[in-house]
Design a protein around this ligand. Structure first.
Ligand code: CP3
Length: 349
């Protein structure tokens, strides 16, 4: 850690950490930091559907900003969902509460029927939210993150029709109709590249790609189906100075290909040994993570101990962003989240 005379501001700290430049201490934010664990979120959500929350610019902006003052988060992530841009493709997705389709995709004709429109036309509210957030945050020097679901995870829900324990239908498609899955992934890559580019244009200063379900594949299958998709997105996305963060859940066995994707930061879950990831990432990639979200139920001192341990283990990486290993759960105690961000600030003492 470098001793800066003045503390860095949160935007510099995050962007420098992503790029592997010296910082005073790790920046901190949490995946799913805006959500049902916050009574203030639940109040705004009362009587409003989740999709309406995502579409309503004022509400989405307010909810996105809540974690700064309520739990001390040092970055804001746009409030939305990975399925919002998919609605513009003509897919019939509902939230119940996760993404659900009455008519899941299993044929080439269904893939052909999906359009790849410009998200600026189909979901303009997303970019209005990004612009409004950036204007709100500029004065406070808090960075704004955009995000997208990675094609494999989006395809997992589109083929399965909902979340699943084993995604057997998706895996069956991989074996029995690989050309259908390839065609679907190709359309989703085009959508994702354009969607992230539009968020960066509108003011997102970094973007995170969420591949929640890619970890269900063994390493060779991941290399065949997932790595090329990540590489294509990383190389096609015109990201200017905005770093790309790649999150894979349950990915201890795919650390190698995660590091080959061309992302600036890899975000790992709590089952991955941080010291191993930090050594593997070396000078080429920064790391993000990786407290078990359930550990936020622990006493404050235990959260502090775990944060110190993670930060120490991340030492060999060129940069570390403190985060959870997955999203905040609805039952998370607010004081646990507050302890987590306080523990990050205590790392500079
Ligand atoms: O991180 C943030 O705070 C930004 C907002 C965000 C949401 N979803 C809001 C949300 C982000 C980045 C996501 C990503 C997302 N959505 C992923 C990838 C990351 C992950 O968590 O694995 C996935 C797989 C989805 C799909 C999805 N959306 C699921 C499985 C669910 C239901 C699960 C749940 O928590 O109920 C959703 C709904 C959803 N997305 C909610 C929120 C706040 C709950 C909506 C509500 O009922 O208020």
């Amino acid at each position: 850690m470098t001793d800066f005379r003045e503390p860095l501001d949160p935007t510099d700290r995050l962007l420098r950490s992503c790029r592997g430049e010296p910082v005073d201490r790790p920046p901190v934010w949490l995946m799913r930091q805006a959500g049902r664990y916050l009574p203030e979120y639940r109040r705004l959500r009362e009587g409003v559907s989740f999709l309406e929350m995502c579409r309503n610019v004022d509400r989405a902006v307010e909810v996105s900003l809540q974690p700064i003052d309520l739990v001390g988060s040092e970055a804001v992530i746009l409030f939305s969902d990975i399925f919002v841009p998919v609605l513009g493709m003509g897919a019939d997705v509902r939230f119940a509460p996760g993404p659900t389709l009455d008519d899941p995709i299993h044929t080439m004709a269904q893939v052909d029927a999906l359009s790849v429109p410009d998200p600026r036309d189909t979901v303009p509210f997303v970019f209005e939210i990004v612009e409004a957030l950036r204007a709100e945050l500029e004065g406070r020097r808090i960075p704004l993150l955009g995000f997208a679901g990675a094609p494999f995870t989006l395809a997992a829900y589109l083929v399965e029709g909902s979340g699943s324990k084993d995604f057997a239908k998706l895996k069956a498609m991989m074996f029995r109709a690989p050309e259908v899955l390839h065609a679907l992934l190709e359309k989703l890559v085009d959508l994702t590249v354009e969607y992230l580019a539009a968020q960066i244009e509108a003011g997102a200063q970094a973007v995170q790609l969420f591949d929640t379900w890619a970890g269900i594949l063994d390493e060779p299958t991941y290399r065949e189906w997932v790595l090329p998709v990540h590489r294509e997105i990383a190389s096609k996305l015109d990201r200017g100075s905005a770093p790309l963060i790649l999150y894979v859940n349950n990915g201890a066995h795919v650390l190698g290909p995660m590091l080959e994707a061309g992302a600036d930061v890899i975000s790992i879950d709590w089952r991955v040994d941080m010291a191993t990831a930090a050594r593997a990432a070396g000078s080429g990639t920064s790391v993000q993570g990786n407290l078990d979200p359930c550990a936020l139920a622990a006493p404050r001192e235990e959260i502090f101990r775990r944060v110190e341990r993670i930060a120490r283990a991340a030492g060999p990486a060129r940069g570390h962003i403190l985060n959870l290993g997955h999203g905040c759960l609805p039952g998370t105690p607010v004081e646990g989240v507050r302890a987590f961000t306080d523990a990050a600030r205590a790392l500079s003492d």
